[in-house]
Design a protein around this ligand. Structure first.
Ligand code: BG6
Length: 475
């Protein structure tokens, strides 16, 4: 048994965390460029502090990142050496439409990604493309208030039409919005939302979410029209909630917290607002403005597969005495006393991956794709840039074993697995380079110093052997 013969092993990155070249060849500015490293990052990504441009006081790691803009051939060759079957990456919207609302795209931006996809194809690597990985052109934020405006749906549609036509035959797998539920937790980074004094924050977030959900359905429709071979997925920041105790109140609270996140995928996969969400929105006095035809679009153009990121499970309690928190992927959780944690406090729970996979598969009955999983850690390279990252191998081994159980023992249909940050890149949460995920070390530090030289870590050869054995050899 084991994984399917055509299992898509690979790695994942996002444009803003690796490309750099923020102002090259006509690229416009985006929200992801202006989020600095340091203590202001969190207030900015959550939309509480305004940052619409650069200033002299901050360092902006995305400006250059690891300069994949100029290194992509070298990087893809290394991915190919590991045996990647797929490479998950994102396009930067503002490279293709610098302002976001133009009619005609920027040819230089289109050409750049065409070159990247062709480079992948040269090695039989299937590109898996995230259309929006947290980025929104700055002009759309300043002029339209980003996704709070319905006009964004049309601009996104235009982007999709252009890329689906241009990359027909080169790209088949698409994800519409990275971690769409992040709009609730990091609204500026996730959807370009900045809140003015007096804004009804929840109302704005859910209206913006409706626009994204609609845009996602329209993208799915066009993708299928342009090329019936196209496969479109949604993308969830996943990780199930566990109740802290068997107290039914904890169980109920955990279920509700899961639903806050499932809500988006319920719409994208099942095609309608779920009953529990309609009731909750009503209770909160949130009114979603819909136009004629919206419901039909959502219903008729559901996704082909469910993709998600998984780093950790989460814990929920209703007891005010239970308040020992630990960091997690943007939103913090209570500490689970049964689990160890990474250096950044993210708790490590391989069985939680199997639990999450089963919960998603039971709920949607569509193929799953794990498009992010990995360990952010401090690496100490020797003089040749070699890192003995046994801790990373250990983390990945256990997670691959758990996903194998979900496939073999539970019958979950899994299309592929792309580890997060297959090459070291800028952290989305903290802006650090020090928090490394890669099989490939990149010589660059938090302040932007370093030669950008790439070198293989110990995990490079380990992953190569995992792929070569289609997940049979994890030693
Ligand atoms: C996910 C994002 O939230 O987690 C990635 O899709 C991000 O962009 C990854 O990098 C890991 O988070 P962090 O904060 O360690 O970079």
């Amino acid at each position: 048994m084991g994984f399917r013969k055509d299992f898509l092993w690979g790695g994942a990155t996002a444009a803003n965390q690796c490309e750099g070249g923020y102002n090259l060849d006509g690229r416009g500015l985006a929200n992801v460029d202006v989020v600095p490293i340091g203590q202001d990052r969190f207030p900015i990504i959550t939309g509480k502090m305004k940052a619409f441009d650069f200033d002299d006081e901050h360092f902006y790691p995305a400006k250059e990142a690891i300069d994949m803009y100029h290194h992509f051939k070298e990087d893809i060759a290394l991915f190919a050496e590991m045996g990647f079957k797929t490479y998950r990456m994102s396009i930067a919207w503002s490279r293709i439409f610098p302002q976001g609302d133009e009619k005609e795209p920027n040819e230089a931006g289109l050409k750049f990604y065409e070159d990247v996809f062709k480079e992948c194809r040269k090695y039989n690597i299937e590109p898996l493309v995230t259309i929006t990985h947290f980025d929104c052109p700055m002009h759309l934020i300043k002029e339209y208030g980003a996704w709070r405006s319905r006009e964004l749906v049309g601009f996104y549609e235009n982007l999709c039409r252009v890329i689906f036509n241009r990359y027909k035959g080169l790209v088949k797998y698409w994800l519409t919005f990275n971690e769409i539920n992040m709009i609730l937790h990091a609204p500026f980074m996730g959807a370009g939302l900045y809140f003015e004094e007096g804004d009804n924050v929840e109302q704005v977030k859910y209206q913006a979410a409706h626009h994204e959900l609609l845009a996602s359905a329209i993208a799915t429709k066009i993708a299928h029209e342009v090329d019936p071979e196209n496969q479109v997925g949604c993308m969830l920041a996943a990780g199930n909630y566990y109740p802290y105790t068997p107290n039914p109140k904890d169980v109920w609270a955990g279920m509700q917290a899961d639903r806050d996140n499932y809500f988006f995928i319920d719409v994208q996969s099942r095609g309608e607002y779920p009953a529990y969400a309609l009731k909750e929105l009503e209770r909160q006095g949130i009114e979603i403005k819909m136009e004629e035809g919206d419901k039909e679009l959502l219903k008729e153009h559901t996704v082909d597969f469910i993709s998600f990121s998984y780093y950790s499970s989460r814990v929920m309690s209703t007891d005010p005495e239970v308040n020992d928190k630990t960091a997690g992927n943007i939103f913090a959780s209570l500490k689970n006393p049964y689990l160890e944690a990474s250096e950044w406090g993210w708790q490590i729970d391989p069985l939680g991956l199997r639990i999450t996979m089963n919960a998603l598969y039971d709920r949607y009955q569509k193929p799953l794709f794990i498009v992010e999983n990995g360990l952010g850690a401090v690496d100490t390279p020797d003089e040749n840039g070699y890192v003995e990252d046994d801790y990373r191998i250990e983390y990945l081994r256990e997670h691959v074993a758990a996903m194998k159980d979900a496939v073999e023992q539970d019958g979950v249909d899994l299309l592929g697995y792309t580890t997060w940050g297959c090459i070291d890149l800028v952290s989305a949460g903290t802006g650090e380079m020090k928090k490394r995920y890669g099989f490939i070390y990149v010589d660059r530090d938090n302040d932007g110093n370093g030669t950008l030289k790439r070198s293989k870590k110990k995990s490079f050869d380990w992953y190569k052997q995992v792929i070569a054995s289609n997940g049979e050899n994890l030693d």
